[in-house]
Design a protein around this ligand. Structure first.
Ligand code: NAP
Length: 247
């Protein structure tokens, strides 16, 4: 098992990529702190983890863009398991619109949920990780943060910001043996992409070299690698996992 006795916090663990990563981390031996905006939403992920032998997880609720609520999640992790080894900043949202039509609220909501949250969780976990002189932080960005996308300027800016934050934190925390990396997924089948118009899906499909959309498991496999000692000489990197959408 690659993550035996590690403690991992996964935000946005109620569905999609977060659910896949939480379940795979548990399968690899980690104790997992699941976080979403409501405990009820986490019950399905908890059931999947409980169906695996010798697993352990707790459920926490927070709006990831509110500092006090984030601190409570990290405190619960420390009170329950005594340490935090792995942090996955995965919770995210979209409010797509052309900038000429985009409200201030649509901009603020996306930047707060996708980017401010990464600052808040990293800050809250940095102290215990510095104390234990180890840690792996994984930020789930997007290829859109590299290429940009019409109608998604708020989302693209938040995801590009995550990449710059990842590189800065890698430099800030390397001396304490804390690694910080990002994954930039392409088009993965989740609720976030389900709601896109069929016409757009077909257009994107035509641009993917491997000729298909990705599965959440194909992101969680990479997240397990980044969380584990197998990636011990990697920090400040962005791994693009997109089936060859952006080459
Ligand atoms: P999803 O199915 O929409 O899941 C989003 C998760 O984030 C849910 O668990 C949701 O939990 C949580 N969340 C949203 N706002 C929150 C808030 N304010 N506080 C706490 N939790 C919140 O999305 P997904 O496709 O799995 O995407 C996961 C991450 O990957 C996102 O950051 C997304 O931008 C990124 N990504 C996805 C794709 C893709 O193709 N799917 C591609 C590139 C990047 P509740 O609603 O239950 O609270």
């Amino acid at each position: 098992m690659l993550l035996k006795d590690k403690v991992a916090i996964v935000t946005g663990a109620s569905r999609g990529l977060g659910q896949a990563m939480a379940v795979d981390f548990a399968r690899e031996g980690a104790k997992v702190v699941l976080c979403a905006s409501s405990i009820e939403n986490l019950k399905e992920t908890e059931a999947q983890i409980k169906s695996l032998p010798n697993t352990n997880c707790i459920l926490t609720q927070a709006n990831v863009s509110i500092g006090d609520e984030v601190c409570e999640v990290v405190k619960k992790a420390l009170d329950t398991f005594g340490k935090v080894d792995i942090l996955v900043n995965n919770a995210g949202t979209t409010r797509d619109n052309l900038v000429a039509l985009m409200s201030e609220q649509e901009w603020d909501d996306v930047l707060a949920t996708n980017l401010k949250s990464v600052f808040l969780f990293t800050k809250a976990c940095a102290r215990p990780m510095i104390r234990q002189r180890s840690g792996s932080i994984i930020n789930i960005s997007s290829v859109i943060g590299i290429t940009g996308n019409a109608g998604q300027a708020n989302y693209a800016a938040s995801k590009a910001g995550m990449i710059a934050f990842t590189k800065s934190m890698a430099k800030e925390l390397a001396k304490r043996n804390i690694r910080v990396n990002a994954i930039a997924p392409g088009f993965i089948k989740t609720r976030m992409t389900d709601k896109l118009p069929d016409e757009l899906k077909q257009k994107v499909l035509g641009q993917i070299a491997l000729g298909r959309f990705g599965e959440p498991k194909e992101i969680s496999d990479v997240a397990v690698f980044l969380a584990s000692e197998n990636s011990r000489y990697m920090t400040g990197q962005v791994l693009v996992v997109d089936g060859g959408l952006v080459i």
